[in-house]
Design a protein around this ligand. Structure first.
Ligand code: FMN
Length: 354
């Protein structure tokens, strides 16, 4: 077990917000909707959640999809809204709209590697034009009174590592914090995270918190990220779907409550039920479709037998869900494989095709 100093304050300040924990849920488009955020917050230890990325022009036109992504509740705080787009005027207008409608913070996506996002001029593509990126960020910061943060990768490729330079410039422009996923755009989700690259970004700024991100799947990974990079906080994406209790466990270690407790069998089943209930409350029958993609992430961790994981992946109705849960209660842990099915599911193949 990697030890962690218990003398450090557990909370962190980003702009005018004081967050109770330094361990955040990273945005995962298609997964980190309201239902997942609330279900995971209820387990404890989450300092901040961020929405899936919302296209600025869709937010402004009030599209149904963007409204669903902006859905929040008192149980879903603190929350940051992430926007993206290649047109500065749209990003400025979207950030202003969020400010005027009571949202507490806005995050600009400069990290997404997907072709359709980069084709819009958004996502990681922006990092290729540092002057334009700085201008864009400065205009958004100047337009709002809420904290503006930026999520980025280390750069476009190995020969173009721009994160440290951009972080320094963004701090000057008034950005409140920066999250760095320790991979380049061309790495996609392959290879390993470059902790040295994150460290260089941490060292490039003067005061603002840098949040380290990438491949944190255990409590040890989280503390290693902090020790080796010096980052002020850690954001966890896929690791939270593979183990929704990761934040609670980190918080137990931070508070000196070792050994950390693993969720009981009943807690695991109740988590699945809670996530589904929240999803169904918001989306009704469509919630069944949305919960399907979690099956591959949850199966191994929640002790779901493979055949029931497969049924969850094809879920059609509330009644069927109740039946599956009843079966899981009877057959919890009866699995051939303890490797989560989802671990082979991140984008692969030539990067141009994503
Ligand atoms: C399915 C999926 C969807 C993602 N969606 C977003 C997104 O909407 N916004 C964003 O900034 N990053 C997004 N990311 C990147 C993650 O936030 C994170 O940077 C990356 O997965 C590395 O962290 P992890 O290893 O903890 O998952 C996504 C990643 C995945 C796998």
């Amino acid at each position: 077990m990697i030890q962690w100093s218990t003398t450090e304050a557990p909370e962190i300040q980003i702009g005018d917000r004081v967050l109770a924990s330094r361990y955040f849920l990273a945005p995962l488009a298609g997964y980190t909707q309201h239902a997942f955020r609330v279900a995971i917050r209820e387990l404890g230890g989450v300092g901040l959640c961020t929405t899936d990325l919302v296209l600025a022009s869709h937010l402004l036109s009030g599209s149904r999809k963007s409204k669903a992504l902006l859905t929040t509740s008192p149980a879903d705080q603190p929350l940051t809204i992430q926007i993206f787009g290649g047109v500065t005027a749209e990003l400025v207008a979207a950030a202003r709209w969020l400010d005027q409608h009571g949202y507490a913070a806005v995050d600009l996506n400069m990290g997404c590697p997907m072709a359709k996002i980069n084709g819009n001029g958004g996502g990681a593509r922006i990092m290729c034009s540092p002057d334009a990126a700085c201008q864009m960020v400065a205009e958004v910061v100047d337009a709002v009174s809420i904290p503006v943060t930026v999520k980025m990768r280390l750069g476009w490729d190995r020969d173009s590592i721009t994160a440290p330079l951009l972080a320094r410039e963004f701090e000057q422009a008034g950005v409140a914090a920066i999250t760095v996923h320790g991979r380049t755009r061309n790495q996609g989700f392959g290879g390993t995270v470059d902790l040295e690259g994150i460290r260089q970004t941490v060292e490039a700024v003067q005061h603002i918190p840098v949040i380290g991100n990438g491949d944190v799947c255990t409590v040890e990974d989280a503390f290693r990220m902090r020790q080796q990079t010096g980052c002020a906080a850690v954001s966890i994406g896929r690791g939270a779907m593979l183990d929704p209790w990761i934040f609670r466990k980190i918080s137990q270690v931070v508070q000196g409550e070792e050994p950390v407790s693993e969720p009981t069998r009943e807690e695991q089943i109740q988590f699945l039920e809670r996530h589904f209930t929240l999803m169904f409350q918001q989306h009704e029958l469509f919630g069944c479709r949305l919960i399907r993609k979690f099956a591959a992430w949850y199966g191994a961790r929640l002790g779901i037998p493979e055949d029931l994981e497969d049924r969850l992946r094809r879920l059609e109705s509330d009644g069927e869900f109740q039946d599956i849960v009843e079966q899981i209660r009877l057959r919890h842990g009866e699995r051939e494989s303890s490797v989560p099915t989802a671990l082979i599911k991140t984008p692969n193949g030539p990067v141009e095709r994503w």
